[in-house]
Every structure is written in structure tokens, then in C-alpha cells.
Design a protein around this ligand. Structure first.
Ligand SMILES: C[S@@+](CC[C@H](N)C(=O)[O-])C[C@H]1O[C@@H](n2cnc3c(N)ncnc32)[C@H](O)[C@@H]1O
Length: 210
């Protein structure tokens, strides 16, 4: 953790509450899944929801559904008739995601696709307003390249875990840290965008296409 627990608690205390379904989903993840840290936490979830409310996207592409927590957060800010397309490769976690989404007002606005994201993205003939990259770290740069031409001008990319618990400072032999470090360098050098690395949770890279 990059912030002290006290600061994290304070940030949580002074952040608007999430829906009952989102809270239940986090609790379900804590109780039944070993990979708890994969799910966006409460404050990060509220940040993603807030970005979505600011952008009012018609189409969000999410790469990495897991239990559907962040998809539901993005859905809160969709424009009328908007949708979240969310990609994942794991059937078991996808079932859990679908069962929680089914209980919400967003059940017809979240489009689940199962398979390798690198295979699915080229088949999507859509223009995206916002893309969330949150799947396998060695593919982050590939995902960025694959979605870039499908992102509208002034569209946004948000990439999670770009600090990789601080290991991007000294990647050593950590393959994920090295991939994320390369991703961060690539984004910074890309003259087609402006970007800010927000040190929220494990690091959110926020990118705006010029
Ligand atoms: C960190 S979790 C996503 C968390 C979710 N976005 C959230 O914030 O609640 C990463 C997900 O990416 C999925 N994933 C990993 N490699 C993938 C691939 N090649 N294609 C599609 N999904 C993949 C994993 O199965 C996992 O569910």
C-alpha cells in the first residue's frame, strides 16, 4: 500500500457511499476469492464511477471484467442508451459477475464477452469514449495499440496497476513490473495524447486522446 492505513480510512470516510450491490460484491469477493486485490476497491470504484459521470460515455470498453465491480461503477455514468462492453477470459468469475449485474438496473447495459482480449478487440466495430485496461499486464501496450484507432478524439484510456506496488521504480526480474514500466514510457512518449499518472491505489494512468 502506498498510503498509510489512516489516510486510506480517511479517504473512505469522506467519499460518497457505493450501492448495496457493489458492497455485497466486494464482501462476496473477500469471502470467496483468493485474488481479492484484483477487484477495484471502494475508493477506486468511486473514482471510476466519477470519471464515467464526467465523460458521460456512450460506449465504455473494459478489458478485464473479473467479478464485474468496475463495470458496474462505469455503468453509473453512462449516457442515455450507453453501454459497457467488458472482456474476460475466465468463465467462473464471469458467471459471478453476470449474477450480480443481473440484480441491477444496468443488466441490459453491460455486454459480457468471453475470450482472449487480443482476439476480441479487433472484432469490435465500435467507437469507444472510454477504455479501461485492467487485464494481463504484459499485454497493456498491445491493448493500447489495438484500441487506439477505435477511441474517439478526446476519448479517455484509464489503465490500472501502473505502479505495480511501487515495483516500476526498480523492476528487477518482475515481468509485470517491466511491462508496466514500458507501458508508462510508451504513453508518455506518445504525442497523440496527454496523460496523468494518478497515485491512487496501485496507480491509475489516465490518458486523453488529443
Ligand atoms: C484485475 S482483474 C479485473 C478487475 C476488474 N476490472 C475490477 O476492477 O473489478 C483482471 C481480469 O483480467 C482477466 N484477463 C487476464 N488475461 C486476460 C486476457 N488475455 N483476455 C481477457 N481477460 C483477461 C482475468 O481473468 C481477470 O478477471
Amino acid at each position: 500500500m502506498i498510503f498509510t492505513e489512516e489516510i486510506q480510512n480517511y479517504a473512505e470516510q469522506f467519499t460518497s457511499d457505493e450501492s448495496d450491490v457493489l458492497r455485497e460484491l466486494r464482501e462476496h469477493c473477500d469471502a470467496h476469492f483468493e485474488d481479492k486485490a484484483m477487484l477495484s476497491g471502494f475508493v477506486q470504484g468511486r473514482v471510476l464511477s466519477m470519471f464515467s459521470k464526467m465523460v458521460r460515455p456512450k460506449v465504455v470498453l473494459e478489458i478485464g471484467t473479473y467479478l464485474g465491480y468496475s463495470a458496474l461503477c462505469f455503468a453509473e455514468g453512462l449516457a442515455d442508451g450507453g453501454k459497457v462492453i467488458t472482456l474476460d477470459i475466465q468463465e467462473d468469475t464471469n458467471k459471478v459477475a453476470r449474477s450480480f449485474v443481473e440484480r441491477t438496473e444496468f443488466k441490459d447495459r453491460i455486454d459480457f464477452r468471453l475470450g482472449q482480449a487480443t482476439d476480441i478487440i479487433p472484432t469490435l466495430n465500435q467507437t469507444f469514449d472510454l477504455v479501461f485496461i485492467d487485464a494481463d499486464k504484459p499485454n497493456y501496450s498491445n491493448y493500447y495499440k489495438l484500441i487506439f484507432d477505435k477511441l474517439r478524439p478526446r476519448g479517455f484510456i484509464i489503465a490500472d496497476n501502473v505502479l505495480w506496488s511501487g515495483k516500476v521504480l526498480d523492476t528487477g526480474d518482475d515481468e509485470n513490473a517491466a511491462a508496466l514500466s514500458e507501458f508508462n514510457k510508451m504513453v508518455l512518449a506518445d504525442e497523440r495524447v496527454s496523460n496523468v499518472l494518478l497515485p491512487i491505489r496501485d496507480g491509475l494512468m489516465v490518458v486523453c486522446k488529443n
